[in-house]
Ligand binder design. Sequence first.
Ligand code: SAJ
Length: 418
Amino acid sequence: MCIKLCVIGLGYIGLPTAAMFASNGYKVVGVDINEELVVSLQKGTVYANEPDLRQLVEETLNLGNLIVSTICEKADIYIITVPTPLTIDNKANMCYVIQALENILPYIEAGNTLILESTIGVGTMNDLVYPLLAQAGLNIEELYIGYCPERVLPGKILNELVYNSRLIGGMNRKSSEKIRDIYASFVKGELYITEAKTAEICKIMENVYRDVNIALANELMKACESLEINVWDVITLCNKHPRVNIHVPGPGVGGHCLTIDPWFLVEKCPSSTTLIKRARQINDNMPNYIFEKIEQIIGKQVQQTKITLLGMTYKANIEDIRESPIIKLIEQLEYNGYEVVVVDPYVTSYKNIDKNIERACTNSSLLILAVDHTCFKKLSLSELGQVMKQKNILDTRKYWDEEYVKTLGFQYTLLGDK
Ligand code: SAJ
């Protein structure tokens, strides 16, 4: 008989996870509170732009191995993949996790497995999940419970779901082993068993590591600007050292992970996380730094000044705009009276978007490479330069070749250069 699995939360992680289990022998019910999303999935419409995801979801829906609903059902395994946002004062907001647990409570019974994948603060399994189940009258010793954080990179989700290693922090050994066997149905990476608390802090630290390193790259970039050194050369040369890996500076850090997870640790251990907090602040301030650079380039001439941005997603080649630093930059420019037009083929509905690149550049005083989408390589800068009011370019990602852009008659400013 087929094992039934219920995935609560059909977002960036939940939908691919549900489809993956559904194509590997499980009968999966995907549950989401968003009725519009569920109805469109039921009709077979998949909006996700993640490579190969649409096809996998369509296949599993058509075969009936995946069904979607707004209501939880009785199952053998429950997996929670809901968002864990921040409160206004940068604390972990567990309301969706609690809501998901409450939805499961009427159905879960002895012998079932409960897995939490959402990023959570250290101690959440012990202090929130187990007590909530116990208070509902369940004997948690008769369940298999564990924390198994996702680790996949947007843009490569399906591939990384299969090939990345995973951590499994079970409530006890038998829970961890049970959960390991469940993921082994499609994961080809290693499945490491550890304590729930260890898995919780590992998940957060992986993103902290990246955030702090990006802040370091952004600090180096500012230092290089003031010392009139090209930061991109510095990074390339430093990274020739076998144990150095300086990250990439840019207009800021976005997405639902690096901007949020570090705060979960700061909340728990404020006195020992000053570096982590400072890194967050440095990265959060980058749109402001770019704004000041823009004013240096065009000289605070706000009246009827149009600025064109290439890209507004939180990183290259994806459609996700959550916590994008470019949105903060757009807002700051508009607040200061600039006319801002954005070209981003991955984004359809945002007030500043213009699909027509030539119209977006017409009369513009500055073209900013904000997100390094590969598709911008096809643009004809020489044609765009002809319709611009002033031929200024600000490149925040070392996207173009300086010499080439200058031969087209542009004033070229590279972030992190002399
Ligand atoms: N960025 C830089 N410089 C860099 C690297 C990234 O400015 O050198 C910026 C990006 O432009 C973007 C932000 O940082 O705005 C975050 O991008 P990312 O590619 O570092 O990470 P995410 O948020 O897309 O995904 C991360 C991943 N974590 C790690 O690589 C440690 C992913 O594996 C996690 O599953 C995901 O967070 C998550 O859900 O936690």
